[in-house]
Design a binder for this molecule. Structure first.
Ligand code: ADP
Ligand code: MG
Length: 730
């Protein structure tokens, strides 16, 4: 019987692209047609209900039950017209991905007749009794139930025949059990702190928005090949596989013409995204073979993140229509590039000013430099928090792998902005400045715009890079929920801005002029946090040494990084800004530690099974063939000299195979022993550290021998699709 591997390869080669036809060549004709957006609301809601929702979206005011009833009625009317039969609260638990529990609109009316019902109560709140979601012990201690509550700031949408209402997910006692709740609080904290600082420059600023433009990288692999790799199916990455002789050396995939099957997948994905109001804009091939990227136009951060979570879900579904599987794992294949999710992040005001973009005049630029240096300080003081927010089990394989930012957090500003700040730091003094000095300074910073325009020195090796009008947090992993990273940076910035304002106010109280006080504090903030600024090659060995000299932290262990959530600076950022309570933070860390342990445990089991059930028997089979061959040679060529000449090389191979088999067997046994030891540990922290130190190293160790065997054993009997096949079969 042909192996699953050969069946899969045959299947892939027989495929032809599934051609997609567009609903209309004009996107504007169907964009957002499945979203209960402002325009639709205006049509389906009463004036009062519409006004209440708009206010809730803008100002975070609450909506009373009567209005909620009216909104629900409008939503239902719209949805039913679109053929919807079910509704769900859509939320983002601390697992990977989103969750939903569908309920039909069906209900009994007063006379026992069947009606469609969707009330304000059902819209506003649900108790999915989702007691299996991770909660870090919060729910065990109190009440098993968690409930979901309507996030008015993100509009409802329709997928298939289901109306989806974006919600937060919280415990009965009010603690956050999801990514969205702390994220919304962090966005509100930055809003408040930034508005207060903006008042120095413009009294009309009443709201500061956070913006996010994500760039989602992913692999697109034929379904049949994925199904023939149990490691890909169960862990999202290949736990073994020798590298292909050719992979990405020639850079011939990067920005190349998109293969037709993939292009049709993208087309269908874009249509689905547009219907859901997701403004996807960019698509291209990435560096590794079969690796691609999709990116939208940036949006308000909470909405943008919902859109990212939603599109990841749609991508998986649409891929199957084209016989593909999408891999979101940060490192599905060793030795070639992994996938990230750059978070392009900025903050802007209700008056239309991007606070991370150089202004049009000295005043605007002073405001820009104020926010820029405060971001610098927030990142400097919270390196460990930022890393903890992005260093997951899967992302740990990507960071520092010479293709992605290292596990050292630094900021790229570019030589011109750096020069600008250095100049300012030099000129500003603590004593009263003369009007001439001030004018010179203001003239100096007034020159930023023209400089920025031709500022092309963009740095691709920085984990956190300034790119002219925003920061790009590049260390975020492709499978991540962006909310974790953006919650960290937002909370850190909120606390930092508050301190900055306090210090400026103190100087003003002492009689220092406002703009001078701001100049002085920018200087102080900049000098204090300058160590985080690095414009050089983040992948280099020298940087690792230099960063250590500067006292920057460099942590690659996931549990070690996670524990930094509980250190003083992280607590200050998250707890002081009101984003999380200490209890919530502790629970979250426990959840993340457990996730790490479970993921390593699963990988270790899968590798053990594959090694013993697939690889070792295959190697033995081939070895037996060689042994029989040697035996036959002996029978035919009886002279010792002739026999040695002919069988010598076979005997070498037989020994080599034996060596690897023995090693695999012994190491798998040791790994199982280690797992047993670790599994006895009760404490989540201790267990994660034990898994990291005692179990995880076996994964690479065992893989080494398997990959060697792959090169020796007869290709015809090798059971698993090889890298060159997974990455290059068309
Ligand atoms: P790159 O050169 O890094 O690929 P792009 O121009 O493709 O950059 O933009 C990447 C993402 O950054 C897009 O989603 C884009 O909308 C977003 N972006 C652009 N300007 C801003 C901004 N001011 N704030 C947040 N995101 C932004
Ligand atoms: Mg980018």
């Amino acid at each position: 019987m042909a192996t699953l591997r050969f069946q899969a390869l045959t299947e892939v080669m027989s495929r032809s692209p599934k051609m997609i036809s567009l609903p209309s060549p004009k996107v504007s004709e169907y964009f957002g047609e499945m979203v209960f957006d402002k325009e639709t609301m205006a049509k389906y809601l009463s004036k009062d209900a519409f006004k209440a929702v708009m206010e809730a979206m803008d100002k975070g005011t609450s909506i009373d039950r009567k209005i909620a009833d009216s909104v629900a009625a409008g939503m239902k009317a719209w949805a039913v017209e679109k053929g919807v039969t079910h509704y769900t609260h859509w939320f983002q638990p601390l697992t990977d991905g989103t969750a939903e529990k569908h309920d039909a609109f069906i209900d009994f009316g007063d006379n026992g007749n069947v009606i469609e019902r969707f009330s304000g109560k059902l819209l506003a709140q649900q108790e999915p009794d989702a007691s299996s979601f991770p909660s870090g012990g919060i729910r065990q201690t109190f009440e098993a139930r968690g409930y979901t509550a309507w996030d008015v700031s993100s509009p409802a949408f329709i997928v298939g025949t289901t109306l989806c209402v974006p919600t937060v997910f919280i415990s009965y006692t009010g603690e956050a059990l999801d990514y969205k709740t702390p994220f919304l609080k962090a966005l509100a904290a930055v809003d408040k702190a930034a508005v207060d600082v903006c008042k120095y420059f413009d009294k009309d600023v009443t709201k500061v928005y956070s913006n996010l433009g994500w760039e989602q990288e992913y692999f697109l692999i034929d379904k049949a090949l994925v199904q023939a790799r149990p490691d890909l199916v169960l862990t999202g990455r290949t736990l073994m596989g020798h590298s292909s002789s050719k992979d990405q050396q020639l850079d011939d995939h990067y920005f190349g013409s998109i293969p037709e099957r993939a292009a049709q997948f993208m087309l269908e994905l874009e249509v689905e995204a547009y219907k859901l109001g997701i403004p996807v804009k960019t698509r291209h091939n990435e560096v590794a073979p079969n690796q691609f990227e999709v990116a939208p136009i940036f949006e308000e951060a909470n909405l943008a993140n919902d859109h990212n979570q939603l599109i990841m879900d749609i991508m998986k579904r649409v891929a199957r229509h084209h016989n593909f599987e999408v891999l979101f794992h940060e490192k599905p294949f060793a030795g070639i590039n992994g996938s990230g999710k750059h978070n392009n992040w900025s903050i802007s005001t209700n008056t239309g000013v991007n606070l991370l973009s150089p202004g049009k005049n000295p005043k605007g630029n002073l405001q820009f430099l104020t926010f820029l240096t405060n971001v610098l300080a927030a990142v400097y003081k919270n390196q460990d928090l930022l890393r903890a927010s992005i260093l997951t089990t899967s992302n740990s394989h990507r960071l520092g792998a010479n293709e992605a930012p290292p596990a050292i957090i630094s900021i790229f500003l570019g030589s011109q902005i750096s020069g600008m700040l250095d100049n300012l730091a030099e000129k500003v003094t603590d004593s009263k400045m003369t009007p001439e000095e001030k004018t010179a300074l203001k003239l100096g910073i007034g020159r930023i715009p023209e400089i920025i325009l031709d500022n092309t020195d963009r740095n691709r090796t920085s984990p956190f890079a300034f790119t002219g009008n925003r920061f790009e947090f590049r260390a975020v992993g492709s499978s991540a929920n962006n909310a974790a990273a953006l919650t960290a940076i937002s909370a850190a910035l909120a606390v930092q801005l508050k301190e900055f304002k306090k210090d400026v106010d103190a100087l003003i109280d002492k009689g220092v002029k406002k703009d001078e006080a701001i100049f002085q504090m920018i200087k102080k903030t900049y000098l204090e946090s300058k160590a985080i600024k690095f414009d050089g090659d983040g992948y280099s060995e020298e940087w690792v040494k230099e960063a250590a000299k500067r006292g920057l932290t460099n942590i690659t262990s996931v549990p070690e990084s996670l524990m930094k959530y509980l250190d003083a600076p992280a607590k200050k950022a998250l707890v002081e800004s009101g984003v999380m309570s200490e209890k919530e933070l502790e629970a979250r860390v426990e959840v993340e530690l457990e996730k790490f342990t479970m993921k390593v445990q699963i990988e270790s089991r899968v590798l053990g099974d594959l090694a013993i059930n697939h690889i070792v028997p295959t190697a033995i089979k081939y070895q037996t063939t060689l042994l029989n061959n040697v035996k036959s040679i002996k029978e035919v060529f009886s002279s010792e000299e002739e026999y040695e000449a002919l069988a010598g090389s076979r005997k070498e191979i037989i020994k080599e195979i034996s060596g690897h088999i023995t090693n695999i067997k012994a190491k798998v046994n040791k790994m199982i022993e280690a797992r047993k030891r670790c599994n006895k540990i009760e404490d989540a922290e201790e267990k994660a550290f034990a898994y990291d130190k005692e179990v995880k190293p076996f994964l690479d160790d065992i893989r080494y021998h398997i990959d060697k065997l792959e090169l020796i054993v007869d290709d015809e009997v090798w059971p698993l699709p090889k890298y060159r096949e997974i990455l290059f079969t068309r």
